[in-house]
Design a protein around this ligand. Structure first.
Ligand SMILES: [Zn+2]
Length: 216
């Protein structure tokens, strides 16, 4: 099975992308207090819309996306589309979207040298993983922590359940792979699958620099 993962940098967001957003998306865009948050959101939505537009030969604005929350019915749940499984993530300078034909989770985190990784690890990680982490120091330790964190988050997003108690060792039927996104970030992809996924990593800059309509 294959998973497509698209990456963009926050700086690639442009106001013209707003033209393809639906009412729910425009309201959410306007609600973000920090500009960087609405840029990240806009990029995530635009990648989802443009990749699906190309795939289904439809204008990006006519792709129907559903964000209904399973708990309360309000439109603040994770994004879903008919016929494809999606996962959107953003942190630091990066925005990523994974597309698959089965449940998928993508997580990116900026490596934060200020983070008290020991304190968080003690609460969130299994004893073995806390011990493995304690053998590292400095930025190397922060990177190792962040890598582990992305694995847990990706698995959580793919399954709706945490890896609490299994941590590095994902349960049977869930594949977790690390993706290389450079020094400053860590990223992981999880997919509900018996076999390791073939991951196609794509740079979204071409997708984002063209007009929104794949069939002008
Ligand atoms: Zn809700």
């Amino acid at each position: 099975m294959t998973v497509e993962v698209w990456w963009a940098e926050v700086g690639a967001a442009r106001d013209e992308f707003l033209a393809d957003l639906d009412q729910v998306e425009l309201e959410r865009f306007a609600a973000y207090k920090r500009i960087v948050d609405n840029r990240r959101f806009l990029l995530g939505v635009t990648i989802v819309r443009r990749v699906l537009a190309a795939r289904f030969s439809l204008p990006a604005a006519s792709i129907r996306l559903d964000r209904t929350c399973p708990e309360c019915g309000k439109p603040h749940g994770k994004v879903r589309a008919d016929g494809v499984e999606l996962s959107v993530t953003h942190s630091g300078e990066l925005v990523g979207v994974a597309f698959a034909d089965r449940p998928v989770g993508l997580d990116v985190e900026k490596v934060d040298p200020e983070l008290d990784v020991d304190a968080v690890a003690r609460v969130a990680f299994a004893a073995d993983d806390v011990r493995a982490l304690s053998r590292r120091t400095g930025i190397d330790k922060v990177r190792a922590f962040t890598e582990q964190w992305t694995r847990m988050e990706a698995a959580l997003k793919a399954t709706g359940e945490g890896l609490r108690g299994v941590r590095q060792r994902a349960p049977d039927g869930i594949q977790v792979v690390q993706l290389d996104v450079g020094e400053d970030h860590r990223a992981a992809l999880a997919v509900v699958s018996a076999e390791p996924p073939v991951v196609h990593v794509r740079d979204a800059s071409g997708l984002l620099s063209s007009g929104s309509d794949p069939h002008p």
